[in-house]
Design a protein around this ligand. Structure first.
Ligand SMILES: [Mg+2]
Length: 250
């Protein structure tokens, strides 16, 4: 497993370096159509190419733009080369990289890393061994006196989200993996995506990080989330510091 962890870390580091060396005005250029049928932007493509080159044939790859590459391996790297592409394109400093290593679904992910490119912060989850921010152990918040919830608003919201939007402290930050990591580190108390629109590439690493930090991840029906390594599967996501928050959110 150690080899896979080193590869995943290298992918995150090298994508960060590549993106920091690029001209941001090029980030939003549409250069091809991705595996999901939507246009691939320059920033996503250059980031994904870095990942593919580093991984080579040392594992299978499931990535946002290219889809599934079967290299006949037991383990698959599940990658969102850029989490929060729109933030990156517009210069909102909240976007990152997400890499997870597992076999078939989020349930069997053994390692996950999410790196915030503008800050350099590194969130990691090791199955059964905890979650870390820049190498220091993190835990979800246990203080619910002034909870902060990150909601996915705009076109990805629904009736439930609009109701929650009236609560006291709401944020909408536009990068799913990083927002879930904020639940893990105790910065916020919940992340809520009410619509079934997130893919496994968006959440594979951060699901493990939240759980290893003592939180839990559900779908909007309140079921514990387990998403197969399949880009066609779309999911709602409710990541919480404590299950009791489901009573408020669902
Ligand atoms: Mg992405």
């Amino acid at each position: 497993m150690e080899e896979f962890i080193q590869i995943a870390k290298k992918v995150a580091d090298e994508i960060e370096k590549k993106i920091k060396g690029e001209n941001p005005t090029k980030f939003g250029e549409e250069i091809c159509i991705g595996a999901d049928g939507t246009p691939t932007q320059y920033i996503d493509k250059v980031a994904e190419d870095v990942a593919l080159e580093i991984i080579g044939k040392r594992g299978n790859v499931l990535s946002e733009e290219i889809g599934f590459i079967d290299n006949g391996r037991k383990h698959t790297f599940v990658i969102d080369p850029i989490d929060g592409t729109r933030n990156a394109i517009h210069g909102v400093p909240f976007y990152g990289i997400s890499v997870a290593v597992g076999k078939k679904s989020t349930e069997d992910v053994l390692y996950g890393i999410v790196k915030n490119i503008p800050t350099g912060d590194i969130y990691e989850g090791y199955k059964g061994k905890g979650a870390f921010l820049n190498g220091k152990r993190i835990e979800v918040s246990k203080d619910f006196s002034d909870p902060i919830f990150c909601l996915v608003l705009g076109e990805s919201g629904n009736e439930r989200t609009w109701k929650l939007a009236n609560m006291k402290s709401i944020r909408a930050l536009g990068a799913a993996a990083l927002e879930m990591c904020l639940v893990a580190s105790g910065a916020i108390h919940a992340y809520f995506m009410g619509k079934e629109s997130l893919r496994v590439t968006d959440i594979a690493a951060s699901c493990l990080i939240v759980r290893e930090a003592g939180g839990e991840v559900y779908n909007a029906n309140g079921e514990i989330l387990n998403v197969p390594f399949d880009l066609d599967a779309r999911s709602s996501v409710v990541a919480v510091a404590s299950p009791h928050l489901l009573e408020v959110l669902l």
